[in-house]
Design a protein around this ligand. Structure first.
Ligand code: C5P
Length: 409
């Protein structure tokens, strides 16, 4: 998808700008033409000379550069590429985009463009977590802007957390996904993925073995088919999909809120292994294992254990399926079972009110949970289809095909 395409790359003024040099190199290696635009602040971090040398193209810098206006006006510049990429997208640039201000060449291009825009946010963790940034980002997502990252990790400022710009490879994949046009163009799909972690105390949680592999594969297949994907994921080990709007959560309650925020959508594919229960009273302090010696003897010889009271978590699939005004056209649930797979899946489809159930056998002997392959049955109103064992990516591709038929047919 990258070869022969043209990217307008806006480099914002953040320390992560140095990674944009590597991004340009990757894109060029893939045969992509890069038109670089730098903000004034970006020039404090990387020089226009390095950028133009790597891009093999002059750098556009100034809105009032009359030579440019004669040669290529900012309106034309904003429309001659296949995709506009902002990397790094600083907090300031994100805020200006969200408010539609056009105070320099970069923000004017972003306001004038009729092309898809992909941003790679990069900022200090507190700036990223600030309510203003969350609001601005939500505005951009509602406007259809695509995001990649940020990642969590050590930051140049010495702090730790989310805010590191996605790596050049991730941005390249996200660009690749964003350039794909497919039958699901213009459709929005919400995908949930991974396990949820339900806290017991500040250091312990209830969780499960879901890797998030099937959910990531599903999101990748849907964006490859051209859909705009909101990917709501619990703490999974699988890599995040590229070119999707990613919302990372820990608990089922947070996942429900993120899914509610993401609606409306044309389809929802709930792959997440949501914990069925959460602990009613989460301890604010680490629970100590010290027990009163007088209470330690039980008939089975074990010491007195810890009793946790569990309460049921919200059923997100059932909630989305029964939404009176925001039910997606197609709602798909997954059913991981260890016995009576088909019967239980059929019952689950009815009980939850979803359209399709993708059922699979997760007995340890199948190697499916956490593994690269899956063997599923698709349970719909018209019956049960047994699919052969195949990679999770292939299951996702086939499901995306079926969703395409259902949404566009
Ligand atoms: O009832 P069970 O957990 O087997 O249902 C599995 C399906 O329901 C999956 O699609 C899962 O994502 C979804 N689910 C949910 N919220 C829950 C439990 C399950 O969305 N609390």
């Amino acid at each position: 998808m990258l070869a022969g395409r043209r990217i307008l790359l806006i480099i914002g003024g953040g320390i992560a700008a140095y990674k944009s040099l590597e991004l340009i190199r990757r894109l060029k290696e893939n045969g992509t033409e890069v038109l670089p635009v730098m903000t004034e602040a970006a020039e404090e971090f990387v020089t226009p000379l390095s950028v133009s040398a790597l891009a093999g193209h002059r750098v556009y810098r100034d809105l009032f550069d009359l030579v440019d206006e004669a040669e290529m006006g900012h309106i034309q510049l904003s429309r001659t590429s296949d995709l506009v990429v902002v990397a790094p997208a600083t907090a300031n640039l994100v805020a200006r985009m969200a408010n539609g201000t056009a105070t320099d060449l970069a923000s004017t291009i972003l306001l004038a463009t009729d092309k898809k825009v992909l941003i790679a946010p990069a900022m200090n963790v507190r700036m990223w977590n600030h309510p203003s940034t969350s609001r601005n980002l939500k505005t951009l997502l509602d406007d259809g802007v695509l995001t990649v990252g940020p990642n969590e990790g050590d930051m140049a400022c010495g702090e730790y957390g989310p805010g590191r710009m996605a790596e050049p490879d991730q941005i390249t994949s996200a660009i690749d996904a964003a350039l794909m046009s497919g039958p699901l163009n213009g459709k929005h799909v919400v995908v949930t993925s991974g396990p949820t972690h339900e806290p017991i105390d500040p250091v312990r949680y209830l969780g499960n073995r879901s890797s998030g592999n099937q959910g990531t594969a599903m999101a990748n297949a849907l964006s490859a088919a051209g859909a705009r994907v909101t990917f709501v994921t619990g703490p999974a080990t699988s890599p995040l999909p590229g070119g999707c709007h990613v919302v990372q959560v820990q608990t089922a309650v947070e996942m429900r809120e993120a899914v509610e925020d993401a609606l409306p959508a044309d389809a929802a594919v709930m792959v997440a292994a949501v914990a069925d229960w959460r602990v009613r009273r989460v301890s604010g302090a680490k629970i100590s294992k010290t027990v009163d010696p007088g209470e330690s003897a039980r008939p089975d010889g074990d010491k007195k254990g810890l009793e946790l009271e569990l309460v049921e978590n919200p059923d997100i699939l059932a909630m989305v399926s029964s939404s009176p005004d925001r039910r997606p056209r197609i709602v798909v649930g997954f059913a991981a079972e260890t016995h009576d797979v088909i019967e239980r899946a059929k019952a689950k489809r009815k009980r939850k009110g979803c359209d399709w159930i993708v059922a699979n056998d997760v007995n340890a002997s199948t190697g499916i949970m956490g593994g690269p392959e899956n063997q599923v049955m698709l349970v719909t109103e018209s019956g049960v289809e047994e699919w052969p064992r195949m990679s999770k990516a292939e299951v996702a591709r086939r499901l995306a095909e079926r969703l395409t038929e259902a949404l566009t047919g």
